[in-house]
Write a protein that binds this ligand. Structure first.
Ligand code: NAD
Ligand code: ZN
Length: 345
């Protein structure tokens, strides 16, 4: 089968590889579509030599064959591949924090994620333990892949900040790309907050305005001041940084309100310096989370939101063969929403 593989730093190639064989607790999924995440770009440029890796952690498809011990799935079922391959047994997993699994992950590492360790979904097939599959019901698997990360991850960041998103509050979404355009819709669906969208791209701001943002700002050094101006100088009750470059980390810190929920999701390489001083930039009471992916409950929640029509992924489809063009478009910021790679079976 064909698979888009990371070969070495900066090099991806479409290669012929064996169709995976499945263990008795696994399912062979025929890939319908695999989303392309900015994390794939970070992986592409990481200075790490590793064996060839099939990328793709936003995968949906149809069940093709099931292992001997698998119940509950039959050929043709549309499924989403949950990306947190946690142990399911440790204290964190049992408490519903499987994205912080103690056994499959740990303090400094993450549970295995397809496309970032095990072979991912930018291929014609993927082998997945049955317990990491979520039924998609009536949702189209060609388009559903980004529910496994863009929606899952933004939902997790938002779900942990709901206590700051009640009536009269303000939330800022920085970076309206794959994660942010979904996060904005999740905020519109779940919260009563007034929503502010921030990006470098006017088209993305226009999209945000059409999907629940009451205010939008191009991102520059004046943006924090503008957000303070429209919040009586107090700041925003929740700020979600879906970009994580230095400019957006600074913006987030400079517009968060006292007691605000500061959520860092983007991995753009920015740093935050904390000053343990009464007059430091961070207002009193701010709580900060370095948010990773999402829990199984987040996964179910976003599938339900999508099925109810409350969130819609903006997608552009590319043949798997044209995967490199999709990488180029994402890197150049030419995409609105998410690119999806579709293998022609
Ligand atoms: P994307 O490229 O689709 O979107 C990034 C957006 O940020 C774009 O719209 C871009 O215009 C905007 N942007 C860039 N610089 C900006 C600035 N200075 N001010 C405001 N906006 C700016 O990327 P994505 O796939 O949505 O991923 C976003 C980030 O989240 C990446 O760093 C990715 O690696 C990370 N990520 C983290 C997790 C996690 O679990 N923490 C999961 C998935 C992705
Ligand atoms: Zn991702």
């Amino acid at each position: 089968m064909r698979a888009l593989q990371l070969i070495g730093p900066g090099i991806i190639e479409l290669r012929d590889v064996d169709v995976p064989t499945i263990a008795s607790d696994e399912v062979l999924v025929r890939v319908a579509g695999a989303g392309l995440c900015h994390s794939d770009l970070h992986m592409l440029h990481a200075p790490i030599n590793r064996p060839p890796l099939t990328l793709g952690h936003e995968t949906a498809g149809w069940v093709e064959t099931v292992g001997a011990d698998v119940d509950g799935f039959t050929a043709g079922d549309p499924v989403l591949v949950y990306l947190v391959w946690a142990c399911g047994q440790c204290r964190s997993c049992l408490e519903g924090r499987d994205n912080s699994c103690e056994v499959a992950g740990g303090r400094a590492t993450l549970p295995p994620c397809p496309g970032l360790g095990p072979a991912g979904g930018m291929a014609e097939h993927i082998a997945v333990k049955a317990r990491f599959l979520e039924p998609l019901g009536t949702l189209d698997p060609v388009l559903a892949g980004p529910l496994a990360d863009a929606a899952l991850t933004s939902h997790h960041a938002i779900a942990g900040a709901m206590h700051r998103l009640g009536s009269g509050t303000t939330a800022v979404v920085i970076g309206l790309g794959g994660l942010g355009h979904t996060g904005l819709q999740i905020l519109a669906a779940l919260s009563e907050a007034r929503l502010i969208g921030v990006d470098l791209d006017q088209e993305k701001l226009d999209y945000a305005a059409a999907h629940g943002a009451t205010d939008t700002f191009l991102s520059d050094e004046s943006t924090a001041g503008k957000i303070l101006d429209i919040t009586n100088g107090y700041g925003a009750d929740a700020v979600f940084d879906f970009t994580g470059v230095q400019a957006t980390v600074d913006l987030a810190v400079n517009c968060i309100a006292p007691d605000g929920a500061l959520r860092f999701v983007g991995l753009g390489g920015g740093t935050l310096q904390y000053g343990a001083l009464p007059w430091s930039t961070l207002p009193w009471g701010v709580d900060l989370r370095k948010s990773y992916a999402g829990t199984r409950a987040d996964q179910r929640a976003v599938i339900e939101l999508a099925a109810a029509g409350k969130i819609t992924l903006e997608t552009k489809q590319y043949d798997l063969e044209d995967g490199l063009a999709a990488f180029d478009d994402l890197a150049a910021g030419r995409l609105l929403g998410r690119a999806i790679l579709v293998p022609s079976h």
